[in-house]
Ligand binder design. Structure first.
Ligand code: PA5
Length: 448
């Protein structure tokens, strides 16, 4: 196995003790066993636990073949989905893409997203850029009934058919949904689209290593074999028989729960590389939807440093002391750039001459960690050797398994999301959806 992701919790020890963390040791081991045996809450949704090690080469090859076909037809592929049907692919593609990919020549289609909001401007502006391009669609919805992606697909499917014709559109549209249920399944079967199935036992936010994430990632030209390999290696490193101290997910889950017990109810995930912005969005969904229920849960927030040191930095340093911070750190950048010396030194930067930009970034990271710890914000540091598909795979599975362990430590069902229905009920009532007559009447009374 290659070098691994690491978790350093030493900068939490001014706030909690080693004993506080070790107090969770047996419960963590028990929770991993429960996840593997499927004897805990939400046991219908544990298909992700051994997903990395069970994906076959045939499945990966089929996904790569579909990605290639889309790539031959399209310069842009619009991925339609929301929540777990959006964030995993967006996180990985952004993390692995050149920051300025949109301005550079490309071998693979540009992957863009829709159906993750209900903005009229967003869809209209998207329609206008697609008109002059060769494009296709990957539409993703596990339930097949989610309003946001359904609206986007209705609009873009019509555009695709108008631009390329009905028969040609069938080659340009791939649907990823339930095996049998939902409007998207019915529609895909009737239209004859290529489809992939989201397994019943894998919930949306745990689905990035199914075709939901893997197909868009492969279309964008990234190495899904390495992504899955990284995740599979992390799966091996986080089983119940691994010593607590050597299991990064066990240590992370125990430490964050020990901090929560001491009143640190908000976890801020910080990165020092803008490519990780959407990785934090993925993490927020994973932890927010999994833990935030029954009036419990650590509130997940995120910042991009050093940018946000010039905005949120003030609050983190001196605001309410209910926070802890988890830094995702990348040991080595993928590029090399040194700061040059300047004869006049008018900007006073010659003290940095000869240093790599990343050395400055790392000192910003260390300086910030020390300042925040001094200011009362405990710090967990999660590091990976490099930002590539393999280590992203490790990071994904690390956070997934730690989420399952952590949710069970909080004694909630980490695999449901009953609270998400409340806004939908109100929205449907306000829009007079058939079947919501009583709710419509009640909500309109409330608004009088
Ligand atoms: O994690 C989840 O289950 C949710 O965020 C869903 O992924 C999201 O609501 C989209 O659902 P669907 O894939 O059914 O359209």
């Amino acid at each position: 196995m290659s070098e691994n992701l690491k978790v350093d919790y030493s900068k939490t020890l001014n706030f909690i003790s080693n004993a506080d963390i070790l107090a969770y040791k047996d419960a963590v081991k028990q929770n991993i066993t429960t996840l593997y045996k499927g004897t805990g809450k939400g046991s219908d949704f544990l298909g992700w636990v051994n997903l990395p090690s069970s994906i076959s080469a045939n499945e990966l090859n089929d996904i790569k073949a579909t990605a290639k076909q889309l790539g031959e037809l399209c310069e842009v592929v619009v991925v339609i989905g929301i929540g777990g049907s959006y964030l995993g692919a967006k996180a990985v593609i952004d993390a692995l893409s050149d920051n300025f990919a949109q301005l550079k020549p490309r071998k693979n289609p540009l992957v863009i997203f829709a159906g993750q909001n209900i903005s009229e401007d967003y869809l209209t502006e998207l329609q206008s850029v697609l008109k002059t391009r060769k494009w296709g669609i990957i539409v993703i919805s596990k339930s097949g009934t989610t309003t946001e992606p359904a609206i986007a697909f209705r609009v873009l499917k019509a555009d695709c058919e108008a631009q390329f014709g009905k028969a040609e559109s069938v080659k340009r549209i791939v649907a990823i949904t339930d095996a049998k249920k939902g409007a998207l399944r019915t529609l895909a079967n009737q239209e004859g689209y290529k489809t992939y199935v989201i397994p019943d036992n894998v919930g949306g936010r745990f689905s990035v290593l199914t075709p939901v994430g893997l197909l868009p990632i492969a279309v964008a030209g990234f190495d899904i074999d390495q992504l899955v390999k990284g995740a599979a290696d992390m799966e091996k490193s986080t089983t119940a028989d691994i010593d607590f101290e050597k299991n990064p997910a066990a240590v992370y889950a125990a430490t964050r729960n020990a901090l929560y017990r001491k009143g640190k109810g908000i976890e801020i995930t910080a990165n020092y590389n803008p490519k990780l912005h959407y990785f934090a969005e993925w993490w927020k969904q994973l932890y927010g939807e999994s833990e935030g229920k029954e009036l419990k849960g650590i509130f997940p927030a995120s910042v991009d440093f050093t940018s946000d040191l010039h905005s949120m930095g003030q609050y983190i340093q001196q605001g309410q002391r209910c926070l802890f911070e988890t830094v995702i750190s990348i040991d080595k950048p993928n590029s090399s750039l040194q700061i040059s010396s300047d004869e006049k030194n008018l900007d006073g930067l010659n003290f940095l001459a000869g240093k790599h930009i990343d050395e400055v970034n790392k000192m910003a990271e260390l300086g910030t960690i020390l300042a925040h710890v001094d200011g009362g914000v405990p710090n967990i540091r999660v590091s990976i050797p490099q930002l590539n598909a393999y280590y992203l795979g490790q990071l994904i599975y690390f956070y997934e398994i730690a989420c399952g362990i952590s949710g069970y430590l909080l004694d909630v069902n980490p695999f449901d999301q009953p609270g998400v229905e409340a806004y939908k009920k109100n929205m449907f009532a306000l829009l007079d959806k058939p079947g919501y007559e009583a709710e419509s009447k009640a909500i309109k009374e409330k608004l009088k």
